[in-house]
Design a protein around this ligand. Structure first.
Ligand SMILES: CC(C)(COP(=O)(O)OP(=O)(O)OC[C@H]1O[C@@H](n2cnc3c(N)ncnc32)[C@H](O)[C@@H]1OP(=O)(O)O)[C@@H](O)C(=O)NCCC(=O)NCCS
Length: 438
């Protein structure tokens, strides 16, 4: 029974994320190390699951260890400068072989539809191609990087065409120049440029290490790009395994990707935990703060309804239709956290008669007790003041004390202005509270 309950609760809790992610474009990058790991099939099955949930998926893989292994077999040194490979003729040959091999392995795993595989019965289509045009890195500090290149252009229209047909796009860190030359590229760089070109909602970098604060070892759950930049400045010796993904994340965010996630791929199921649970498991990097209070828009109505429906069913909030919220949407403010609406309230103001009513105040149960209710209330009070209202009313069945603790006093129906009196529902028998606007 306990197992059943935890399953039901897990499934219910993940459903808002399933809705939020559907039809969104995610670019996921992972190194060649992930491909070589024994649990790589788990990752690929998770990718397939994301696609089956309607996420438009682009996978960008790395090949660094594969190239090293090949060069090693040939007794040829792997050459690097500033952590960037110098791709000589032999290294390019190895890169071409490795890219082909890894792509085929990924395609094979994504094609698994066997009865005993996690994606039984679900047929996935995969596409790869010449989506990335590259140019040579050239000579830097006197070092000729030979066939190491950088992204020049991404054919976003061609990738979108595939995604529109529910096809997963697999991109190798190889680019072609208009003159037909082949270049070895950095997987992370390709993923970042592809995500920028596609205007992707998320760039997800599966890393070899979790991102924690070097000062105290605490995992970092979220950072703004400013904080991420400061972290790199304060800890120039931070592991390369984290330094490079953070740098890619900053670049991606600054170019307009709203969310970049760094997820330690060595933790089983980390990708699903990050995308479908409340606080995730990885590190989220974004330009704007992770959580913001803002005026609501029509796009928020679905999220507001999802938040208030259970409270209406419990009789805590009065029922209001989608149409009513739609008509009054400019009265609403919301708290958005990583794309989900976790708090809202409305101030219905009557500037002529200089009164206002606070309504529909709600904070998602998982986020209560963190002063979010207070922030919403403070914002409503500030707006009331700006509108030069004299008095605020609130009707409440079960939350009277919350308002009394914030300066409201119990009142009766005669204190309500006519327009509010007309709306009063005696069946709900709500308590009437009032407070002067200060
Ligand atoms: C009321 C509500 C918006 C507060 O949100 P929040 O983000 O938890 O608010 P804050 O963190 O600013 O305040 C938390 C405090 O309110 C108290 N509180 C929560 N619900 C309360 C209630 N019904 N009556 C009295 N106090 C309440 C908490 O105990 C806590 O106080 P404490 O830390 O001293 O124990 C939230 O509990 C909620 O959504 N409730 C259901 C909807 C509702 O009642 N809306 C009001 C309709 S009129």
């Amino acid at each position: 029974m306990a197992l059943q309950n935890s399953f039901v609760s897990w499934f219910r809790n993940s459903s808002p994320y399933i809705h939020a992610h559907r039809n969104k474009t995610f670019v996921i990058s992972f190194g060649g190390e992930a491909v070589l790991a024994a649990d790589f099939d788990h990752h690929v099955h998770d990718f397939a699951l994301l696609s089956s949930l309607g996420i438009r998926l682009v996978l960008v893989h790395g090949i660094r260890p594969h190239i090293d292994q090949r060069l090693n077999k040939l007794n040829h040194p792997a050459l690097f400068h500033n952590n960037l490979r110098i791709t000589d003729d032999l290294a390019l040959q190895c890169a071409k072989e490795a890219a082909g091999l890894v792509r085929v392995e990924i395609e094979a795993l994504l094609s698994m539809g066997l009865a005993n595989s996690p994606m039984a019965g679900y047929e996935l289509k995969v596409a790869s191609g010449n989506f990335v045009t590259a140019k040579p890195m050239g000579v830097i500090d006197g070092i000729d990087y030979c066939h190491t290149g950088e992204v020049r252009r991404v054919d976003s229209a061609a990738i979108h065409q595939q995604l529109d047909q529910n096809i997963i796009v697999v991109i190798s860190p190889i680019g072609y120049s208009p003159s037909g030359e082949i270049f070895n590229l950095s997987g992370e760089q390709v993923a970042t440029d592809v995500a920028i070109a596609l205007n992707a909602e998320k760039l997800i970098l599966l890393t070899e290490k979790s991102c924690s604060n070097p000062s105290n070892g605490e995992p970092i759950r979220q950072m703004t790009t400013t904080e991420a930049h400061a972290l790199l400045q304060q800890h120039p010796d931070i592991s390369e395994l984290i330094h490079l993904p953070i740098k890619a994340a900053i670049q991606g965010c600054q170019a307009g990707i709203s969310r970049v996630h760094l997820i330690d791929r060595t933790q089983d199921g980390a990708l699903l935990l990050e995308l479908f649970t409340r606080d995730g498991i990885g590190t989220l990097i974004s330009c704007t703060p992770f959580e913001e209070l803002r005026t609501a828009t029509l796009n928020d109505i679905g999220g507001i309804l999802e938040l208030i429906k259970p409270l209406e069913q419990q009789g805590i909030l009065a029922k209001r239709s989608r149409e009513k919220i739609e008509m009054e949407i400019s009265d609403y403010i919301v708290i958005e956290r990583d794309g989900l609406i976790i708090g809202c309230t409305a101030l219905h103001a009557n500037p002529q008669e200089q009164f206002g009513a606070i309504a529909c105040l709600a904070v998602h149960p998982d986020y209560r007790g963190g002063s979010r209710g207070q922030r919403l209330f403070d914002h409503a009070c500030l707006t009331a003041k700006k509108l030069k209202l004299n008095v605020l009313f609130v009707l409440s069945t079960q939350t009277t004390h919350w308002f009394i603790e914030r300066g409201f006093i119990l009142s009766d129906i005669n204190s309500l202005p006519e327009p509010l009196k007309k709306l009063y529902n005696p069946q709900r028998n709500s308590k009437i509270l009032r407070r002067a606007v200060e």
